[in-house]
Design a protein around this ligand. Structure first.
Ligand code: 5RP
Length: 235
C-alpha cells in the first residue's frame, strides 16, 4: 500500500525521466492516464522539442490535453509511424506483462503501441506485482449483443462487471464500445486467457499487454529505475 502523495511524487519523477527518450522530429504515440497527464505538463515546458513532434494520441482526452498545450496532434495516418510510444500501466508482473486500460483507452493504446518502434511504460511502485490480477482486466466489447458476449467470457473469469460512469450510464470507449472489468482466476495462464478471449465474437481486445515493454520506467526506493529486460526485474 502506497500513500497517495508518494505515488503522485513517483508519477511526476517518471514523467520527467520520460522526456529524456524524446528527440526532435519524432512521431510520439501519447498514452492516457494521470501519469501521462503529468508527462504532457512536463513536455509543455520544452517548446523547442514539443513543437517539432507529431503526436498520435491514444485517447480523445490525451489529444485534447496535448492540443490545449499547443502540441501538434495528428491522426493514425498510413504515412505516420510512431518512433516512440510513452504510456502508463495499471499492473506490471515479473515477466513484464501488463494490465492496462484502467482509463478505458486500451484499444487505441494497443493499436498505437503495436506500430511504435520503441515502447516506454511508466509505472510507479504500486503497479509492480508478482502476478497480474489484483487489478481487474478490462475487456473491450462491441456494444451490439454485449450481454451475450459477456456471458460467453464469464466462465473464463472469477467475475465480470460492466463498467459504468459514476452517473450510472454505461461507460463508452472512444471507439463507442463497452468495457467489462474482469477478475482473473488464481493461477490463470494469461497467454492462454488472451487466446481464449480473442476467440469470442464481440471481444475487441483486452487490457493484457504481453511483450510490449521495451523500456519500463519504474521506481525503487523512491528513485527512477530503468528496466529493459526481465533480468532487471527486482520485485
Ligand atoms: C488508460 C491506461 C493507463 O495507462 C493506466 O490506467 C495507468 O493510469 P495512471 O497513470 O492514471 O495510473 O491504461 O487506459
Amino acid at each position: 500500500m502506497m500513500y497517495q502523495k508518494d505515488q503522485d511524487k513517483q508519477k511526476s519523477l517518471l514523467a520527467k525521466s520520460a522526456i529524456d527518450y524524446l528527440e526532435k522530429g519524432m512521431v510520439l504515440g501519447l498514452g492516457t492516464g494521470s501519469t501521462i497527464d503529468l508527462f504532457i505538463s512536463e513536455l509543455s515546458k520544452f517548446e523547442n522539442l514539443f513543437s517539432s513532434l507529431k503526436i498520435v494520441a491514444t485517447s480523445k482526452v490525451s489529444a485534447k490535453k496535448a492540443i490545449d498545450n499547443r502540441m501538434n496532434v495528428v491522426g493514425p495516418d498510413k504515412c505516420i509511424e510512431p518512433d516512440i510510444c510513452i504510456d502508463g500501466a495499471d499492473e506490471v508482473d515479473r515477466s513484464l506483462s501488463m494490465i492496462k486500460g484502467g482509463g478505458g483507452a486500451l484499444l487505441w493504446e494497443k493499436i498505437i503501441a503495436y506500430r511504435a518502434s520503441k515502447r516506454i511504460y511508466l509505472a510507479d511502485e504500486s503497479k509492480q506485482v508478482a502476478r497480474l490480477g489484483a487489478f481487474p482486466l478490462p475487456v473491450e466489447i462491441i456494444e451490439y449483443g454485449h450481454e451475450w458476449t459477456a456471458a460467453a467470457i464469464e466462465p473464463l473469469f472469477k467475475s465480470v462487471q460492466l463498467r459504468k460512469e459514476t452517473t450510472g450510464n454505461i461507460f463508452k470507449t472512444d471507439s463507442n464500445n463497452v468495457i467489462y472489468d474482469c477478475f482473473i482466476k488464481d493461477e490463470e495462464d494469461t497467454a492462454n486467457l488472451d487466446f481464449n478471449l480473442s476467440a469470442v465474437p464481440g471481444v475487441v481486445t483486452s487490457g493484457l499487454f504481453c511483450s510490449f515493454i521495451d523500456v519500463l520506467l519504474t521506481c525503487r526506493d523512491g528513485e527512477v529505475a530503468e528496466i529493459t529486460g526481465k533480468e532487471n526485474v527486482f520485485w
